[in-house]
Design a protein around this ligand. Sequence first.
Ligand code: CP
Length: 305
Amino acid sequence: RKHLLGIDGLSPHEINDLLDRAEAHVEIGRQVSKKLDTLRGRTQINLFFEASTRTQSSFELAGKRLGADVMNMSVASSSVKKGETLIDTAMTLNAMHPDIIVVRHHAAGAVALLAQKVSCSVVNAGDGAHEHPTQALLDALTIRRHKGKIARLTVAICGDVLHSRVARSNILLLTALDARVRLVGPTTLVPPAFRDLGIEVTTDMKAGLKDADIVMMLRLQRERMQGSFVPSVREYFRYYGLDQEKLAYAKPDALVMHPGPMNRGVEIDPAIADGPQSLIREQVEMGVAVRMAVLDAVARNLPNA
Ligand code: CP
């Protein structure tokens, strides 16, 4: 594929292929001194219209580990601030002949729109509440490395599903690989449409976490709740915050995940986030390997590859 716009549309074979390639990049992803030359002579632009710590820095590291020239476009100091549109910005960058543009944007669908306009490969680094495919891939790689498989695992995705592109991409990926996905959260934050798709939905953490192999917590995205119901932090933590008592509902060997950034004391108790069952730091580490695999995969479809 020329682009990676979402998990939607990827076959289980394509997902497993990306995970296998990522597995092969884990060691090299850790070693600054050992660069590959897969993307030597290639230019990668990271175009982030929304804030990012993990995704932008790991895409930068991944591109550099593969030998690409990587440019981080600073949207805050660009002509976007003078009113230049997304498409005009993209066409301007396209005129400089990049090979890959990695895009994060606050609007769902913006990355797919941009991909129709430019001649290079486009990778979605998160578009609104739509998709965050590389996050789902790095989550799957982390799970697979610990549990040895994805199929038949019970994964409870908990909290603010409504505003979460991470949840959407994970639901698509995990169900494609035959995991059992459960969504847990208040009715206001879990769209009923998921039930119509045959996904288990519950408002009760005890029922949702029962026998779970993986407990995936989501950030309460209060910045995306303008005008709608915003739960109080105290109440939210009481009913949906992951603490030792609620984690005990899951399997004894259950593992805890969170895509970050975390609201400590809101959706997760710091003792759990930093505890022995947490994979949160490892998720970040897998981000570099997965993004190397994705950049490598799209680059194979570039002209002169
Ligand atoms: N998980 C994630 O996308 O984190 P950043 O917003 O820091 O990139």
